[in-house]
Design a protein around this ligand. Structure first.
Ligand SMILES: Cc1cc2nc3c(=O)[nH]c(=O)nc-3n(C[C@H](O)[C@H](O)[C@H](O)COP(=O)(O)OP(=O)(O)OC[C@H]3O[C@@H](n4cnc5c(N)ncnc54)[C@H](O)[C@@H]3O)c2cc1C
Length: 445
């Protein structure tokens, strides 16, 4: 019998394993991949520095886990005539090296691993999760544990198989995803300011998402890809890649692949009796840029902190609840506010985005503040108002004001996350009402 079984040895599962096992609990991590395949994830490979030594008590990754250092992002308007430069230090990761590093930390902490092991589903008895079933080779086995952690990524293999009446089992609406395709290419030309990652907003080239060009500084190598909104009838992202990016970027393809990213607010509740979810499995991803390595690791750390306390008694829903509260405070409230902004961005045309960026209806520093804290400030000088009116775009400004108001309200609601499960239904009802109301108001503007 294990104290904790973690499904998934991605960045989230490995982080949770380290922080739970180091407190002396018996932890098993299962992954369907082989040990050699750790860290082999199709990804943009960019992560902010803020997650190391600040939000999570982890040192910076070792050199073998880093391909280069980033100093900020350049954001391009659809016509590429306006470029905003947003500062922010980070790393281009060596994704395999990063996985290997987290794996070594989890092992040193005492976690056990079972690779080439496919989790099939939860064992639920008397309304509690008691373990999981797995397939190892051609054998199906049961593994019992006091707590099961789903860190299996967007597939959420355990969580989605829990009883549908449990709020934690909530399904992902495909409209709240980005379907992504990316290639790593060797290039034979230099990129100016290669320590900046590039984000290109374009409804034409990446509808409902964006395309990116992330250079690996000093390596003559780029990570280039795009994400399109799922569930609304757009073409496969590879189609856009081949049409708009393949020739433009040139070079030699070193690796290609795709993936799905949840781009919504966090799961309303991430716990049940004997169960918790983190990372992509709990939608702990930034809804605007789809980055989820750091926020998933943060979720894993906060989950571990609370699981360790809960395991002193029993990991009941009540004893695990503080994980919800901590995550909403540390990241979820901002994430939910950014979800409001994401819905707005997806409703804009390229012409409106060109216009808004060119005229700085939002300024770079305000965008930075919005991305760091989830608060949106709009420039509203008389002069700007006059220009906007003269150019016939008053609706854009009025829409933006609505967006900023809802972002504020949503953030406050998440910062007032219920302190115990008995108040949850009421809170959840309010969240759904607020998002429905917002979508309604926005569609009428
Ligand atoms: C194309 C693309 C680009 C991205 N770019 C960035 C970026 O630049 N920066 C950033 O921060 N984020 C980025 N993301 C998002 C980021 O990759 C994820 O948010 C992050 O990897 C989530 O980590 P995780 O550990 O929660 O899930 P995962 O990395 O998906 O790990 C889940 C693990 O569970 C295992 N698993 C799944 N099912 C089972 C099962 N049934 N049994 C056993 N094991 C199972 C898998 O093998 C895997 O090892 C990108 C995503 C995509 C698709």
């Amino acid at each position: 019998m294990y104290d904790v079984v973690i499904v998934g040895a991605g960045t989230t599962g490995l982080t949770a394993a380290k922080f739970i096992a180091e407190k002396g609990y018996k932890v098993l991590v299962v992954d369907l991949r082989s040990e050699d395949d750790i860290g082999n994830k199709v990804c943009g490979d960019a992560i902010s520095k803020e997650y190391f030594g600040g939000k999570i008590p982890l040192s910076e990754p070792p050199e073998y886990a880093i391909e280069g250092r980033i100093v900020g992002a350049k954001i391009y308007s659809p016509d590429e005539k306006t470029v905003w430069t947003v500062p922010g230090e980070g790393f281009m990761l060596n994704r395999r090296g990063f996985g290997k590093w987290l794996y070594s930390l989890a092992r040193e902490a005492g976690a056990e691993f079972s690779f080439s092991t496919r989790a099939l589903g939860p064992i639920v008895k008397d309304g509690k999760v008691k373990g999981i079933t797995v397939r190892r080779g051609d054998k199906v086995e049961s593994i019992e544990s006091r707590l099961v952690v789903d860190a299996s990524g967007v597939v959420s293999i355990i969580r989605r198989a829990l009883p549908k009446s449990w709020p934690v089992a909530e399904e992902l609406d495909f409209k709240d995803t980005a379907i992504a395709y990316r290639e790593i290419r060797k290039i034979n030309y230099a990129i100016e300011d290669e320590e900046y990652i590039r984000i290109y907003v374009s409804q034409e080239k990446a509808p409902g998402g964006y395309w990116w060009l992330f250079p690996y500084p000093g390596k003559m190598k780029v990570n280039v890809g795009l994400g399109v909104q799922g569930g609304v009838g757009h073409k496969d992202p590879m189609w856009y890649f081949n049409k708009y990016l393949a020739n433009r970027i040139g070079g030699e393809v070193l690796h290609a692949g795709g993936g799905v990213v949840p781009t919504r607010r966090p799961l309303d509740t991430m716990v049940a009796d004997g169960f918790a979810a983190a990372g992509d499995a709990a939608y702990q991803v930034n809804p605007i840029h789809g980055g989820g390595i750091g926020s998933g690791m943060l979720g894993a750390y906060l989950l571990a902190k609370n699981a360790v306390k809960a395991l002193e008694e029993e990991p009941t829903i009540e004893n695990l609840w503080q994980y919800n509260v901590d995550f909403m405070e540390a990241y979820g409230a901002k994430q939910a506010a950014l979800d409001v902004f994401r819905i707005f961005l997806q409703s804009l045309s390229d012409e409106e985005i060109n216009y808004g960026m060119r005229n700085k209806i939002i300024k770079e520093e305000d965008l930075l503040k919005a991305s760091l804290e989830g608060d949106l400030k709009i420039s509203s000088t008389d002069k700007l108002m006059r220009v906007i009116k003269a150019l016939g775009k008053p609706s854009l400004l009025s829409k933006l004001k609505t967006v900023a108001d809802y972002m504020k309200e949503v953030k406050e609601l998440y910062l007032n996350y219920p302190k115990n499960p008995s108040e949850f239904d009421e809170w959840r009802k309010r969240v759904n009402e607020l998002f429905n109301e917002y979508k309604n108001v926005l569609s009428k503007k």
